[in-house]
Write a protein that binds this ligand. Structure first.
Ligand code: GLN
Length: 455
């Protein structure tokens, strides 16, 4: 808590620090230790954690960094929060994000700008810039994020931290505020691969409250990470994704990426090139499917049920419909409105087949690309983000330039496959570069081994 107090004036990672609750939870854990001993507790027991404000926490305001949820205090905990509490892990507070997790720089937060600890004039990435900066600036040893198109991995890349998107269905989404339900996934943010593995083991597993939860146990992630620490990768086949590199990728990013690949080779891995010919269309398909789901999921913020309610201006009939319009006009930011409008358009009669239907077909082709690639290699690798951290404002007037930062992370969300970003040194500009691993569905352990070997 002292480190948070010292760092926050320059970082601004937190929307809310829940110091009293954290101390209470820590005391309760100490008493439990004294009575029951440490037996049966996970290795992370007692370690505090920060939570992206996209995940609901009982008694702690949860805003999704939107004015429309201001003042809402959830009456329940997300499943992952329940699991953290059961593990004796105190909740330090709620971290900043782009409004409703929509963005790649955290600049779309309705409340504050979060700074990159490596250069406070630059963005921490997004949407989970708060969690990444909190961990990168040593304000928290661990954090949780949500990843719909890269929001755990891309901020990890830009802040030199580890970020994991588990297999879709591997971690319960119950209590994660929905952005695009077929893509959303909760996952770990940490400073080491082993920490991420231990955290995913705490939060993962089947949950009957999430209809897309996979009824299987969490794979042995920490064991895989520990094996990787021996730096022996003989027998492992690593596939370089041909389509995720080249034009648009910063030279310093490519240089660090190639060095890391050589390191994997020097540890005994066999490196092959694989082609995923439909990946270049993944970004376009994502920006149809994601806003379509956003437009539906965000319909619930109507001024009736949660948070903000704005009455229509004087002279306008005081009807429910006008109240909803006034509330949504005042409560949502520009980026969220842009996506709702795009989504409603893509789903409307007459356009549905051309837009949403085509995008779903591309999604199937991306899934098949992954399947074919995993016949040729055990893990796939690419840079996480084509650039290092950019300056505030640099991409705010050009949504397409902002969207392009997710070009390498989105395929995994479309396919539901696990992926992670780990730090791979600094680019020529002195800023962190991220290295991405992809593994087959429900085989998250496969990426933890080489990732731990490389760090
Ligand atoms: N940056 C991407 C977007 O703006 C991803 C967001 C996310 O993963 N939540 O949609």
């Amino acid at each position: 808590l002292d480190v948070i107090e010292a760092a926050e004036p320059s970082i601004d990672a937190f929307l809310q620090v829940s110091a009293d609750q954290a101390l209470e939870q820590a005391d309760a854990f100490d008493q439990r230790l004294a009575h029951e001993g440490a037996e049966g507790l996970p290795e992370l027991a007692g370690v505090p954690i920060a939570i992206k404000d996209m995940i609901v926490t009982e008694g702690i305001p949860t805003t999704a960094a939107s004015k429309i949820l201001e003042g809402w205090v959830p009456p329940y905990d997300a499943t992952v929060i329940k699991k953290l509490k059961a593990a004796g892990m105190p909740i330090l507070g709620k971290t900043n994000l782009d409004e409703f997790a929509q963005g790649s720089s955290t600049e779309h937060s309705a409340f504050k700008t979060t700074h990159n600890p490596w250069d406070t004039e630059r963005v921490p990435g997004g949407s989970g810039g708060g969690s990444a900066s909190a961990v990168g600036a040593f304000e928290a040893p661990l954090a949780l994020g949500t990843d719909t198109g890269g929001s755990i991995r891309q901020p990890g890349s830009l802040t030199g931290t580890v970020g994991v998107k588990p297999t879709y269905g591997g971690v319960s989404r119950f209590g994660a505020i929905a952005m695009a339900s077929s893509l959303d996934q909760i996952g770990p943010v940490s400073r080491s691969v082993l920490d991420a593995a231990l955290l995913q083991e705490v939060i993962g597993g089947y949950d009957r409250r999430d209809s897309t939860s996979i009824p299987k146990p969490v794979p042995p992630l920490a064991q895989a990470a520990r094996q990787g620490q021996k730096r022996d990768l003989k027998g492992l086949k690593v596939g370089l994704v041909k389509e995720l590199g080249g034009e648009g990728y910063q030279p310093g990013v490519e240089a660090r990426f190639n060095e890391a690949v050589s390191l994997l080779e020097s540890m005994g891995a066999e490196v092959v090139q694989v082609s995923c010919p439909h990946f270049p269309y993944a970004l376009a398909a994502y920006y149809i499917i994601m806003p379509s789901e956003v437009s539906s999921n965000l319909a619930r913020y109507d001024g009736m049920r949660y948070g903000l309610r704005v009455m229509p201006p004087e002279g306008v009939p005081q009807t429910a419909a006008n109240m909803m319009a006034a509330t949504r006009e005042a409560g949502f930011g520009d980026e969220v409105k842009r996506r709702i409008i795009l989504g409603i358009y893509a789903l409307s009669a007459g356009y549905y087949d051309a837009w949403y239907g085509s995008a779903q077909k591309v999604r199937t082709l991306v899934i098949r690309d992954f399947e074919k690639a995993f016949e040729q290699a055990d893990v796939l690798v690419s840079p996480t983000s084509p650039t290092t951290a950019f300056r505030f404002g640099e991409k705010m007037d050009d949504p397409l330039a902002m969207y392009l930062n997710d070009v390498a992370t989105i395929p995994a969300n479309l396919a539901g496959t696990p992926a992670m970003s780990i730090p791979a040194g600094l680019s020529d500009d002195g800023l962190p570069v991220g290295f991405q691993f992809f593994a087959p569905q429900m085989r998250d352990e496969v990426m933890y081994r080489p990732a731990a070997a490389l760090e």
